[in-house]
Design a protein around this ligand. Sequence first.
Ligand SMILES: O=C[C@H](O)[C@@H](O)CC(=O)C(=O)O
Ligand SMILES: [Zn+2]
Length: 300
Amino acid sequence: MPRPQSRPFRQGASQFSFQENLVFEKTYYATHPDMMDGVSNEELRDRYLVGGLFRDGEIVLTYSHGERFIIGGAVPGASILPLPVQTEPDSAAGHSLLERRELSVVNIGRAVGVVTVDGERHELASRDALYVPMGSGTVTFEGEGARFYLLSVPAHRAFPLRRLTLADATPMERGSLETSNARQIYQLILPHVCQSASLCLGMTILEPGSVWNTMPPHVHERRSEIYLYFDLEGDDRVFHYMGKPEALRHIVMENEEAVISPPWSVHMGSGTRAYSFIWAMAGENLDYNDMDVKDICQLR
Ligand SMILES: O=C[C@H](O)[C@@H](O)CC(=O)C(=O)O
Ligand SMILES: [Zn+2]
């Protein structure tokens, strides 16, 4: 079967992406904590920052070797965008991308969007999420003004498809305005809300005037995590901290950019204004509390 025309790597694609992949725009390799020593800002961004996911009329997928996360975005505009099928290896070519994977979709746009899974239409209002099980076939995205954030990880079992809304979730109130970290943590894909094989996902919304997230920070050796920052204005930035707690580094992030947190890294940030972020994890278990919280005085 003829292979689809491959896409050239966009500017700024990793210097380490030596193997061109037909479905994924960029591959993020797993990294060793020693690789933080003396790393330049550009290398740091190349290894962990996932930008350019939301391009008008396109679906953009990237691949991380950490938990084999697919991290992507779909902005349909006037078109209907299909989730691509697998192209490699030959034994999988033409099969659904979700043959052995589960998928989450969150509409971070302001308008309603529609995700159609095997012919069934699911309307996602702004901030709604959809859990799409392993074994699903065709998935398409549509809706002018909708912006879909996509995450997928390997699964061993199919759980029911679910639409999840913030209104149905009971947020955890954390932090305070006095410490500039008052925020609501919405758990959306976790066992007590929505079953999944490996994926956990939620949304955290900071109160106006609060800028710090996940402070004090934590690490979780048994899971990787992906943060997507959004609800920022044009010139606003989040200063995202990563690395081992005693050797922090930061990445300056813009609206609608994601960042990979390896299992050995903290993940926390401070913004130039309040913002929201979607956090997603996968790995050894689905226990949200399987984390090792650090004291602020342990940070260096
Ligand atoms: O492992 C869990 C994740 O880092 C997030 O849930 C943290 C978070 O949303 C927050 O503190 O605001
Ligand atoms: Zn975490």
